[in-house]
Design a protein around this ligand. Structure first.
Ligand SMILES: Nc1ncnc2c1ncn2[C@@H]1O[C@H](COP(=O)(O)OP(=O)(O)OP(=O)(O)O)[C@@H](O)[C@H]1O
Ligand SMILES: Nc1ccn([C@H]2C[C@H](O)[C@@H](COP(=O)(O)O)O2)c(=O)n1
Length: 724
């Protein structure tokens, strides 16, 4: 992470000049947020709004700013401001703009919009994605509300000020240097009146806690720059010292864990050098083989045969994947993905729906299937149902007849010919006999090219996005709006054999892989069956994506189905962006209801970026990229172990877990074991109540962001080793 320096201060204090020079000396980007307000004022007037009028239409100002085509230069040596293709760097400094800019800067909707843009720029410079100016070195951002509202978490926060006389004298000096007349009254108006107006909406005249006051009344410019650089260097040194101390403390906590009974899996997690992404090691584009069957029929024998002991390491993975886990595999020189499923049973109400759905998804998302049946039990009603399911799916199948432990039981296997799936391969879990033959047979039916796998390596570097939501929420309109207004670079990329068809779409100058756009574009008939397969398809698209964009039709009440789709995304551990579509159909009354529904039904995903747009008209579709970026950043956030333990230590100190039966569960050590989605494992002395886990999650979000990402928290209760 790069450094973020935030500088506030009144007009004429020198904050712009100092910020620019400091940024140039330290190789950082420079963000002049005042120039953004000035550009907004320039743009309003350009689009016909008279900001000097008595009755300025605030809504029209907001609308204008929301569509302002602004390109902020971040180079401290030449911070050009370009609006609608015009270089307005000089025009926005004209007295006329200065006289009306407060009308824009005191409009709270405008502030919200510009705040979003500013945070986005700061985030980009601090993290350094392609296209950032500083390459991740960081940014010096200056403006009235930077230290308090826009970047309250900045590494260094300064309030640069100077006496009224000094500020007026400096401004007068600027005018004289530019060969302009100095009108004392006009000068006071621009410097002091404007600050008074702006102070009604932001605090920049006194330094709040954590903000360092730099009074430059008696300092010249070079002295001020040197002083500020010293402050930044001191802050950086202090942060490095803090990090080193946090690391040492975390090492001590980790050493303390040795007194507790740790299993092999704990040690594997604790000793891992790297924090992998959840799908790391999964090679995209490989054919997918699903192993399905009722519980305890011996599926894991086959999976373990391919994998060896790697299975154990992922047992802790929660959610959907617990029922359906994918592993990279190799058999007879072929590389593929093997999917282990939970299995299912018929209960009184039919197939156990949750697990059956998982198995059905596994079938839908596979290229071939091994069905494992217990030969000693014979064909059960469940097996027969599964065979019907498999037939409908059209997937090639190999039938494994397990528990054939002696030649005398070969007859049990032969009875499974009746399933109509061809030769039953006899397997003995007990002796390990026959599993190699089943896998050889599976290799024979597994296609070389997958029709369902996540994108191939060529597209693997692009972010994968799924547009999902119940029927008619506007998925295809949104897809068409973004694909239509922007260039569709490659069409029907992965459409090798079956339905899933992905498209690379260029948004904001970058390419994104939109998953299963064929499923979005095709109008599914509204029969029960079609709905059911749409659900499966949605699940498949979510799992192949990194970010799922869930569309809601906000002209109607939020439905249970909407909430279910959102839950699918959370359970799959994908990043989430919520889109309120059809915003053009929302009136005041509906808006109030929607706010209530959002509060009521979507409070559990309040961490997801949530944007209003109208796909049909294209209104605000440009906001999608920002939301996607924010969600991906949250999803891939990695907290250093030292920092994580220091933070958890602080929150435990301030708010310990409630006593339970006279005992107080304690967190001994924490580590982030995975990103995308972030997964944090807590080693504790006792079970943590759900309320306390929620509290920890909330505080983690407040501290580290994790915008748009589910956070998985695993708790490992470990007992102290007994002394002999
Ligand atoms: N410490 C200083 N001593 C003397 N002059 C300074 C000092 N800092 C800045 N100046 C000069 O003061 C003038 C005003 O500075 P600047 O425009 O950076 O102020 P500002 O706080 O950004 O004002 P505004 O908010 O109106 O944009 C510039 O000419 C600058 O060179
Ligand atoms: N973060 C900010 C930055 C600026 N403003 C206001 C203050 C002025 O009225 C106007 C232009 O700023 P300047 O270029 O003079 O620094 O924008 C603000 O309200 N919040």
């Amino acid at each position: 992470m790069g450094i973020v320096v935030a500088i506030d201060g009144p007009s004429g204090s020198g904050k712009s000049t100092v910020a620019r020079r400091v940024a140039a000396e330290l190789g950082l980007a420079y963000l002049d947020t005042g120039a953004m307000y000035r550009a907004a004022a320039w743009w309003c007037e350009r689009t016909g709004i008279d900001l000097a009028a008595h009755d300025v239409d605030a809504a029209a100002v907001t609308r204008a700013v929301e569509t302002m085509p602004l390109d902020m230069g971040l180079n401290p040596d030449a911070p050009d401001v370009v609006c609608d293709g015009v270089d307005v760097s000089a025009a926005i400094r004209e007295p006329h703009v200065a006289a009306v800019v407060s009308t824009v800067a005191t409009n709270l909707d405008v502030r919200a919009e510009l705040a979003r843009l500013q945070r986005e720029i700061i985030r980009k410079e601090a993290t350094g994605p392609v296209g950032s100016f500083s390459g991740g070195a960081g940014v010096v951002a200056e403006g009235r509300d930077i230290t308090t509202v826009i970047a309250p978490d900045a590494d260094v926060r300064l309030l640069i000020t100077a006496s009224e006389e000094a500020r007026l004298a400096r401004r007068a000096g600027d005018l004289e240097a530019a060969g302009k007349d100095v009108d004392a009254a006009a000068l006071r108006d621009q410097v002091l009146r404007r600050d008074r107006d702006d102070a009604t909406v932001s605090q920049f005249l006194t330094a709040p806690e954590g903000v360092t006051l730099v009074d430059t009344s008696d300092m010249d410019l070079p002295e001020t720059v040197e002083h500020v650089i010293n402050l930044i260097e001191t802050a950086v040194d202090e942060a490095a010292t803090r990090d080193a101390e946090d690391d040492l403390r975390a090492q001590a906590l980790r050493a303390g864990l040795e007194d507790y009974a740790l299993d092999e899996e704990d040690l594997a997690l604790l000793e891992a050098d790297e924090v992998p992404q959840a799908d790391e090691g999964m090679e995209h584009g490989l054919p997918v083989l699903a192993v399905i069957g009722r519980p305890n029929v011996g599926k894991s024998t086959l999976v373990n045969r391919v994998l060896g002991r790697r299975v154990a390491v992922v047992q802790d993975t929660p959610g959907v994947t617990r029922d359906r886990v994918s592993y990279p595999a190799e058999w007879a020189g072929r590389r593929f993905t093997i999917v282990d499923t939970g299995g299912w049973e018929v209960d009184v109400e039919g197939l156990d729906s949750a697990v059956a759905t998982q198995a059905e998804v596994a079938i839908a998302m596979s290229d071939a299937v091994i069905l494992v049946v217990d030969a000693t039990v014979g064909i059960t009603e469940t097996d027969a149902q599964v065979v019907r399911m498999l037939r409908r799916s059209g997937r090639p199948v190999v039938l494994a007849a397990n528990k054939v432990d002696s030649p005398a039981q070969e007859g049990d296997a032969a009875a499974l010919w009746n399933l109509g799936l061809g030769e039953p391969y006899a397997v003995s879990a007990l002796h390990g006999r026959g599993s190699g033959d089943v896998l050889d047979a599976a290799m024979a039916i597994l296609p070389e090219v997958s029709a369902v796998a996540a994108p191939s390596p060529a597209e693997g570097s692009l972010h994968r996005i799924a547009l999902v939501g119940r029927p008619n929420v506007g998925k295809s309109s949104l897809l068409n709006a973004i694909a239509g207004s922007e260039r569709v670079v490659v069409n029907e990329l992965a459409g090798t054999t079956r339905d899933p068809v992905d498209e690379v779409i260029e948004l904001d100058g970058r390419q994104w892989l939109f998953i299963d756009t064929a499923g979005i574009r095709r109008r599914v008939r509204q029969s029960r069956g079609a709905d059911y397969y749409a659900v499966l398809r949605t699940q498949g698209a979510i799992e192949r994506a990194e970010v799922a964009v869930v569309l809601l039709d906000v002209s109607e009440p939020i439905t249970e189905q909407d909430v279910r789709v959102i839950q699918q995304v959370v359970d799959a551990g994908r990043a989430l962006v919520l889109v309120n579509n059809k915003w053009d159909l929302v009136d005041e009354e509906r808006r109030t209801m929607l706010a209530w529904e959002t509060e009521h039904d979507l409070a559990h995903v309040a961490w997801a970026p949530h944007i209003n747009l109208a796909a049909a008209t294209g209104w605000h579709t440009n906001r999608l990229v920002r939301a996607l970026d924010a969600a991906i950043e949250g999803w891939t956030t990695r907290i250093p172990t030292g920092r994580l333990n220091a933070f958890l230590g602080e929150i435990q100190g301030a708010t310990p877990h409630p006593l339970r039966g006279g005992k107080q569960p304690r967190i001994l050590f924490a580590t982030q074991v995975q990103t995308a989605p972030p997964r944090i494992v807590l080693f504790t002395t006792g079970f943590l109540d759900a309320g306390y886990r929620r509290f920890i999650e909330r505080r983690l979000r407040e501290e580290f962001g994790f915008v748009g990402s589910p956070i998985q928290i695993g708790v490992r209760v470990r007992e102290k080793r007994r002394r002999r």
